[in-house]
Design a protein around this ligand. Structure first.
Ligand SMILES: [Zn+2]
Length: 345
């Protein structure tokens, strides 16, 4: 082995590298030159038989060849991959329709909440927020609902498994939004026109009840508030939310936190008042309303000889279902997460 034959070999290798036009060809050349029994291994082994002076010079050339081979193989690989990309672009059909991204929208309950807020806004009602898990005191006691009342039974209300407070008693998932009445009055900022909307929980599940639902609670406290104000506000809501063809009726009822109390009904939007499996008699119960009980005013720190008020607490889902054109025959669909259902709204 001498330097001239080596440089000849170097040129031949360079030429051969140019022929690598496939991954298989590149791999073959790699094995041929750099492999265990490759050309470079063989040349390096032959170095042993050379003089010290020749070893240096020949060693340098062998190193050059090795770098040449490595660079050549890397270059060939890169060219091949660029070529591959260009080929796949040729397969791209520009006129083929693209995939449309799925665009969602607000849940029907959120839409209903926003609509309700808008209806009450011109009357001066402001949306407020109060705890959805609250002490039994705010959810029942302060609302004139004694410990013996059936609503405070384990089978009616979700109680939280947490330490009991001697004054506030147990914690509950609020079964209504009326705890907000007490908390709002305790702010001491009179007069009040609030709309408290939040999630509630009750141990019930059937065609017209979900264990989790939303309520909106209206509370007005001011001097000289009487029952005509209550009727006026509810009529205003019915006209603006449901339209002029729906009817409202007030039935005397008994609630602990209002006196007098009413159950507010609306004519069924599915059967038009004839009677169907949802309404059973042509009327649907919207929810309770009434004049705030003096004991509740006192619990809220309000003097009942100076102030009076009215309140109503209705289910958001129920109210929305009764809206004209909304043909939901089972309230549980609303929490079912079935897109085929939800996409309709
Ligand atoms: Zn009906």
């Amino acid at each position: 082995m001498d330097l001239s034959s080596l440089s000849l070999a170097k040129n031949e290798i360079k030429e051969e590298l140019k022929t690598a036009d496939s991954l298989a060809a590149i791999e073959n050349l790699r094995v041929k030159f750099l492999g265990k029994n490759g050309v470079l291994k063989r040349l390096t082994a032959e170095l042993a038989s050379l003089s010290v002076e020749d070893k240096k010079q020949v060693g340098l050339v062998i190193n050059e060849i090795k770098q040449e081979v490595e660079t050549g193989l890397a270059l060939a690989t890169e060219q091949l991959s660029t070529q591959h990309k260009a080929d796949s672009l040729e397969d791209f059909v520009k006129t083929l329709p693209g995939k449309k991204p799925e665009i969602g929208h607000l849940h029907v309950t959120t839409q209903a909440i926003r609509e309700i807020v808008e209806v009450f806004k011109p009357l001066g009602f402001t949306r407020v927020r109060h705890p959805e898990i609250d002490w039994e005191y705010y959810a029942f006691e302060a609302l004139n609902i004694p410990a013996t009342h059936p609503a405070r039974d384990e089978w009616e209300t979700f109680f939280i498994d947490a330490p009991v407070d001697p004054k506030m008693s147990r914690q509950v998932i609020t079964p209504h939004t009326s705890n907000g009445q007490i908390r709002e009055m305790l702010k001491g900022d009179l007069p009040i026109r609030m709309l408290n909307i939040s999630r509630c929980g009750r141990r019930q599940s059937d065609i017209s009840h979900n264990p989790t639902f939303f309520q909106f609670e209206g509370l007005v406290v001011d001097k000289g508030i009487n029952i005509s104000h209550l009727k006026g506000v509810l009529n205003y809501f019915a006209k603006n939310f449901y339209g002029p063809d729906r009817q409202i009726r007030l039935r005397p009822y008994d609630f602990r936190f209002t006196e007098p109390s009413f159950e507010i009904d609306i004519s069924c939007g599915i059967c038009g008042g004839v009677g169907c499996k949802l309404c059973k008699g042509g009327w649907l119960e919207l929810g309770g309303a009434g004049m705030v009980h003096p004991n509740v005013l006192i619990a809220g720190g309000v003097d009942p000889t100076q102030y009076s008020g009215f309140a109503f607490g209705w289910g958001v889902e129920r109210v929305y279902m009764m809206k004209s054109g909304t043909r939901i025959d089972d309230i549980r669909h609303l929490l079912g997460n079935d897109l085929k259902f939800l996409e309709q709204f």
